[in-house]
Design a protein around this ligand. Structure first.
Ligand code: CS2
Length: 483
């Protein structure tokens, strides 16, 4: 029997104006930024309600939020017997940008004098940057569109540019752009993307942005799986809540933000947000330890036959392998943390992964691999290589990703990756020639750092691992040679 603690909203939405525009109204936003804002407003008040938008997909969610007058619930599962049920009212309005009116309404909100912060959860690919180098993908059709028709933008970058242009013309100060996506130096990357797009339009405007718009980096952390039909039924049984906008997540939550908001910001610290000068060490630790482990589980756990994170970490080989990865292959790349701090974090992560109520599907994490692997494994791998340290767990992970691509291509399963077409072409062409398969994939310099391509011994090892995985070797036995 689930013990549920009800936490009712303490805010009166009519008393607070909108101060934040958010792009990316997904489950993560509703269970993370909106929850922090809810608590901040309850404790501190202020005009910091959120207007939240979806750009292209999930119009129905916007309709459902409207129908519910933007009140929804977050179920925070501690385990299979305890949960918090939070009522959230911090989102005051929602937009869908897929139509002209929707886009204009969102732009009007972004140019409103009261809007001080624009937050983003558009996922890695929403920045249109080459994952390994951070360069703007000027050839991407959406970017081409936003360059040709800047006043009818289709991307988050274009929306930011157009609204900044209008604000500047009206003599309004710029808002601060706060990226909440799982990328290294996400603020610097967001700035690089926006400035690069601006340069395609007007160099002087690009320079104005560089000088006048703040893009603080931030680290976000909360496990928030996508909500399936089964989840809705489970949530209803556990809490009595039956609404299409509900989200479920773990109880853990962390947000670390660089404190650089020239236009002002909510008193987030009252809700437990860590406001710091520099997030680099936090983000590197989280991306490599948590997200890096997640991606190992996604590919290797799936090959081992598991469906969810919680099920995969019950396997003793997989668990020992993850501990090896974190303590031997991530720890040496995190010099600002002691071995003890890393060991504690590692055990906390394993406990979080064990949360059975989340039903976090490995398939969901496996999507968009080309966008995720550079920051999760590959930069760390180049650092280990420079220190002449071995990285057998990351290498098995890369081989697992390649085997996963082969399986997906053969089974015609989408990998929801912007590079899906080219990756599938490569896999299809070299299915029976693993040397060319590995060599061609490693040469993709938008994914793999150049030092890895030059490492012939690494390529030979990867070919061996891919061959074993494709021949049906048991993943756990390959892991047991490592830990
Ligand atoms: C996951 C993340 O889907 C994924 O790629 O690794 O969404 C992860 O759950 C969050 O970053 C946790 O903070």
């Amino acid at each position: 029997m689930m013990k549920v603690q009800h936490i009712n909203s303490q805010i009166d939405a009519s008393k607070h104006d909108i101060g934040i525009v958010h792009i990316g109204l997904g489950a993560f936003h509703r269970a993370h930024q909106a929850v922090y804002l809810e608590q901040t407003l309850a404790l501190h008040g202020g005009d910091w309600m959120i207007a939240s938008a979806n750009i292209r997909s999930n119009y129905s969610l916007v309709e459902q939020m409207n129908a519910a007058e933007h009140c929804y619930h977050v179920v925070e599962y501690a385990d299979t017997s305890n949960a918090n049920l939070r009522e959230i009212k911090a989102i005051k309005n929602t937009f869908f940008c897929g139509s002209d009116e929707g886009r204009e309404a969102l732009l009007a909100q972004m140019t409103a004098p009261a809007t001080k912060v624009v937050t983003l959860t558009v996922t890695e690919k929403g920045y249109y940057l080459a994952p390994s180098t951070g360069e703007l993908l000027v050839g991407a059709p959406e970017i081409q569109h936003d360059m040709a028709s800047p006043s009818q933008p289709k991307t988050a970058l274009g929306l930011i540019l157009e609204s900044l242009k209008q604000r500047r013309a009206q003599g309004l100060s710029a808002f601060t752009v706060l990226s909440c996506d799982n990328m290294p130096h996400n603020g610097i990357r967001a700035k690089g993307a926006v400035v690069a797009l601006a340069k395609g339009q007007d160099d002087e405007f690009a320079q104005w942005i560089e000088k006048n718009v703040a893009f603080p980096n931030s680290m976000v952390d909360r496990i928030v799986p996508a909500v399936s039909e089964q989840d809705l039924a489970m949530i209803k049984a556990d809490t009595g809540i039956s609404e299409p906008t509900v989200v479920k997540c773990e109880q853990f939550s962390q947000w670390v933000i660089e404190d650089h908001f020239p236009a002002g910001r909510p008193q987030w610290e009252s809700a437990g947000v860590q406001m710091v000068d520099d997030v680099s060490s936090y983000e590197m630790m989280k991306l490599r330890m948590l997200n890096g482990s997640h991606s190992l589980l996604a590919y290797l756990g799936s090959i081992a036959g598991f469906k969810s994170v919680a099920d995969a970490v019950q396997d003793k080989d997989i668990r020992a392998f993850l501990e090896h990865y974190m303590m031997q292959e991530v720890a040496p790349t995190l010099p600002s943390f002691s071995q003890t701090e890393i060991a504690i974090y590692c055990q906390q992560l394993l406990a979080r992964f064990e949360n059975d109520s989340l039903q976090h599907q490995l398939k969901q994490i496996a999507m968009d691999g080309s966008q995720k692997l550079p920051q999760r494994w590959l930069t760390g791998l180049t650092e280990l290589q420079a220190q002449a340290l071995a990285a057998p767990a990351i290498e098995l992970g890369i081989a697992g990703w390649i085997a996963f691509l082969c399986d997906a291509e053969q089974g015609q399963q989408s990998i929801n990756d912007p590079l899906e077409t080219v990756l599938f072409e490569t896999v299809n062409r070299y299915r029976d020639d693993s040397v060319s398969l590995v060599g061609t994939l490693l040469q993709r310099n938008d994914i793999f750092p150049s030092s890895l391509v030059k490492n012939e011994a690494l390529q030979v090892r990867l070919v061996g691992l891919v061959d074993e995985l494709l021949a049906g070797a048991k993943v756990q036995s390959l892991m047991s040679h490592i830990y």
